[in-house]
Design a protein around this ligand. Structure first.
Ligand code: ADP
Length: 483
């Protein structure tokens, strides 16, 4: 009824002393835009209604005052009555607001107070709807997260678990309820995981064995989320790891099996080539066969070497001191014999050594130096450096002033069999595996390979090795960290 009055006010109608129970739901129920906040309260309209009502009361006061001869008193009484009525309505609204405001318990009202009640009702209804919406979204998210096959853990800046899904329990033994608030590094004790967790977020992936199911391999990734938070996702990659292992085993077996027949072929070829009675063209053909079998042997050796390097890194204390300056010296001497026209410039710290696998480190140096010789062209200048770096690690680098490599090749250069110029590489005796070997040796020693090159100016291959592996021999019996 009040709503009807608000919609079509009658200025002359006297205000009811106590309005019948209002139905503010009539205005509160006005449909809001789906998903949007309700519109502004019709304040101007309700103020106009209120004003019309006041004028109506005053008019009645004047008319009655004129009839009764109390023209000075009755309008005043009417205005006072209106004020009391307004205060009474305001008081009812305040009391209602102080309780838990609901549409059903709204006090009877009119004009401005009715608009106020309608607005609050609408707002309450809107909030309830929003709450339901959030509740549903949360429920949906929780049920989706429960279905996720990947373990997902949200941690804060103190590495404390804020949230985790059920897969985290099966893959990482992190309980969604029990472990909330615990530090993740107190729960996952594997040293590799500990090192991974201490790295800045989003840096790398880690493959580890699952702490819950033996033989299951997990791939862990940590990415920043929101402010001071991070999400750790652990994915079961057992199948992928098995296939990779099978491929590695297969390549190693095939390479190994090929070695024996190749040795036999080479032996017979050598024997045949010693026969001086063979016609010249046969000699020539035999020479070519020998060359090709040599290439195949080289390829098989590289494949075997690579399959041994792939996948695992050296343990922290694994390896022996390798003085790369002496390796560089040996290689320079042997290369200089084959390519006397090249200029070698060496800047190597003979006291600096790296803890590692001697054979692998020799291969690393040999591949980079041989590449410079083969790809930089005749008479090139090759600068080789082995020096400590400011961070306490060390760097081995080979720089040449050859033709250089275009930028788009660089990211793929250390992939197996990737060559800039396939024909040229083959003709120069390349297998396409040299840089892949270098990269794997560097990774196994906790380091990395970076390549810089400018077409027409030259290329610079740098291998960085970590401080933990690099030391310097200062004097007899005294060893210090490099740098
Ligand atoms: P390859 O046996 O063909 O040398 P690598 O894996 O060692 O195989 O190198 C991959 C490719 O990178 C080479 O085929 C060559 O195109 C390019 N490359 C490597 N080193 C150099 C260099 N010093 N200068 C120019 N190109 C190079």
């Amino acid at each position: 009824m009040i709503a009807a009055m608000a919609a079509a006010p009658t200025p002359a109608a006297p205000p009811p002393p106590a309005a019948p129970p209002a139905a503010p739901a009539g205005t509160a129920d006005r449909p809001a835009q789906p998903g949007a906040r309700p519109g502004r309260l019709p304040l101007l309209h309700s103020a106009r209604v209120e004003l019309q009502c006041l004028l109506g009361i005053l008019l009645v006061g004047f008319v009655l005052g004129w009839i009764t001869g109390m023209i000075a008193v009755l309008p005043l009484v009417a205005a006072l009555g209106y004020c009391v009525w307004l205060i009474w309505r305001m008081n009812a609204v305040v009391a209602w607001l102080q309780s838990k405001p609901k549409v059903a318990t709204a006090p009877p009202s009119f004009g401005v107070t009715d608009a106020l009640i309608s607005g609050v009702c609408r707002e309450t209804k809107y909030s309830a709807k929003q709450k339901d919406r959030y509740k549903n979204a949360l429920k949906q998210f929780n049920s989706l997260a429960a279905e996720l096959p990947d373990a997902t853990i949200v941690i804060n800046q103190h590495r404390q678990i804020r949230w985790s899904n059920p897969a985290a329990l099966s893959l990482l033994a992190v309980h969604p309820e029990r472990d909330r608030g615990q530090r993740i590094d107190n729960l996952l004790r594997d040293p590799a995981i500990q090192a991974f967790l201490s790295e800045p977020t989003g840096m790398s992936d880690l493959e580890v064995q699952s702490p819950t199911v033996p033989g299951r391999t997990l791939s862990l990734r940590m990415s920043p989320a929101g402010r001071d938070m991070a999400v750790i996702v652990a994915r079961d990659v057992t199948q992928r790891a098995r296939i990779r292992e099978m491929r590695r085993g297969f390549v190693a077996d095939v390479s190994h099996e090929l070695r024996t027949p190749l040795t036999v072929i080479s032996g017979y070829l050598e024997m045949l080539r010693e026969d001086a009675n063979l016609p010249h063209d046969v000699q020539k053909a035999l020479g070519q066969i020998d060359q090709q079998s040599e290439r195949m042997r080289h390829l098989v050796d590289h494949l075997l070497e690579l399959s041994k390097l792939e996948g695992n890194t050296l343990a922290d204390n694994e390896g022996e001191p390798v003085y790369l300056a002496s390796v560089i010296g040996t290689l320079c001497k042997s290369l200089q014999v084959d390519v006397p026209e090249h200029e070698f410039v060496v800047d190597a710290n003979s006291d600096l050594y790296v803890l590692g696998a001697p054979q692998e480190l020799y291969s690393l140096c040999e591949n980079l130096m041989a590449n410079a010789v083969r790809h930089a062209g005749a008479g090139a200048r090759v600068e080789i450096s082995w020096q400590s770096t400011p961070d306490g690690g060390a760097q081995f680098s080979v720089r040449d002033n050859g033709p250089g490599i275009e930028a788009h090749h660089l990211p793929r250069l250390s992939e197996r069999f990737y060559r800039v110029d396939r024909g040229r590489s083959r003709n120069s005796g390349g297998t396409g595996l040299g840089l892949a070997i270098v990269k794997h040796v560097a990774h196994r020693h906790g380091g990395g390979l970076t390549i810089e090159s400018t077409p027409g100016i030259g290329s610079w291959f740098k291998v960085q090795l970590p401080p933990a592996r690099c030391h310097e021999r200062r004097d007899e019996g005294h060893i210090s960290a490099a740098g």
